[in-house]
Design a protein around this ligand. Structure first.
Ligand SMILES: Cc1cc2nc3c(=O)[nH]c(=O)nc-3n(C[C@H](O)[C@H](O)[C@H](O)COP(=O)(O)O)c2cc1C
Length: 332
């Protein structure tokens, strides 16, 4: 299906269930440390997406860049869910200069037949999970990589796969530099501890023991994982495979709040496109939390653009069920 049917006028009462579904689906978006640092609300005829100041990482994300990227991922999830439910969204980003915490307002612009791509992306919202550790296999086909690059471009960002092994090793070294420094910092450790959950915890927030590898598996990989446990909680994830995958940087041309929001939308579009094609994504944003390293990466690896995310992409979908809901449609 390519062309959309002409829009019918908005009809708030018949569209309310779609708006509710979009709010519920947003809870599945990726977020730094699983903080879900947003407020996503259905108010009257619209959905508002804002920041939750109590969930910002004051130590590692003082400027709220990663928070807004996370909110952008939630915003894209709202938009794709509405489209998949036959509602064409009209978005106003940063609608009120006096309320910087209000990131977006989404209303219906009428009904529209969902296209196959929106349905496909929406179906990946629930199954998508963050990968950690090595992958079973590389993403070795050009078409998939091209589709991911186009997904980022559709949201106004650039996905830059690092094809050259030497550049990839250079980036991995910068990840390691930041990660090992962070492991020495008490305030970073305390902030992380607030978001790490013991085995079997029911809390939907945070990074759970089941989602990160044990200490002996986090240190010796090419791209060191964040040490979520820090000696307090033993990770239970047993990564299998032995390839690092394709490293990629997600960048924007500007570096304001609107750019961070766009980066988040692009991130979630890339991740859902990947998941729909059997590709998993791992993240290593530690050096982007260090201003000098972030500037260096922008200058030397991104042609002067602003790096917003560091990813690794590999084949083999993570089969861990999402702990939030059995399915996006079922709700909480
Ligand atoms: C801005 C941002 C930064 C992130 N940085 C990392 C990271 O450095 N290491 C990591 O393992 N996961 C990282 N993640 C992934 C989150 O930890 C993950 O999305 C969250 O725990 C929820 O789990 P899920 O993605 O499996 O639903 C990041 C996610 C976002 C949006």
């Amino acid at each position: 299906m390519s062309a959309q049917a002409p829009s019918a006028r908005p009809n708030p009462s018949s569209e309310a269930p779609a708006l509710d579904a979009a709010v519920r689906a947003s809870a599945h978006a990726p977020s730094v440390h699983g903080t879900r640092p947003w407020t996503v609300r259905h108010v009257g005829d619209r959905i508002t997406v804002g920041t939750d100041p109590d969930r910002r990482l004051a130590v590692r994300d003082p400027d709220a860049r990663e928070q807004v990227v996370s909110c952008g991922a939630a915003l894209f999830t709202v938009l794709v869910t509405l489209r998949a439910h036959g509602v064409r969204p009209a978005v106003r980003e940063l609608p009120d200069p006096d309320r910087p915490g209000l990131l977006a307002e989404v209303r219906s612009a009428g009904a529209a037949e969902p296209d196959a791509r929106d349905r496909m992306l929406h179906e990946s919202v629930g199954p998508r999970r963050t990968h950690r550790g090595p992958f079973p296999a590389d993403v070795d086909d050009v078409r998939t990589v091209r589709a991911l690059v186009s997904a980022a471009a559709a949201e106004g960002a650039v996905l830059r796969p690092l094809g050259d092994e030497r550049l990839m090793r250079s980036l991995a070294g910068l990840v390691a530099a930041a990660e090992f420094l962070h492991r020495c910092e008490r305030d970073t450790g305390e902030e992380l501890a607030r978001w790490v959950r013991a085995p079997g915890a029911a809390d939907p927030d945070g990074v759970h023991a089941e989602d990160f590898p044990p200490p002996d598996r986090v240190a010796d990989t090419l791209f060191p994982d964040r040490d979520y446990g820090r000696g307090r909680v033993r990770g239970l994830l047993d990564p299998h495979g032995d390839v690092a995958g394709t490293a990629a940087l997600l960048t924007t041309s500007g570096d304001g709040r609107g750019d961070h929001l766009a980066a988040g939308r692009a991130l979630q579009r890339v991740l859902l496109t990947a998941a729909a094609g059997g590709v998993s994504s791992a993240f290593h944003t530690q050096p982007l939390e260090e201003p000098h390293l972030r500037a260096f990466i922008g200058e030397r690896l991104c042609d002067g653009a602003h790096p917003q995310m560091i990813l690794r992409l590999g084949r083999g979908l993570d089969a861990r069920p999402h702990r939030l809901f059995a399915s996006v449609e079922d709700g909480g």
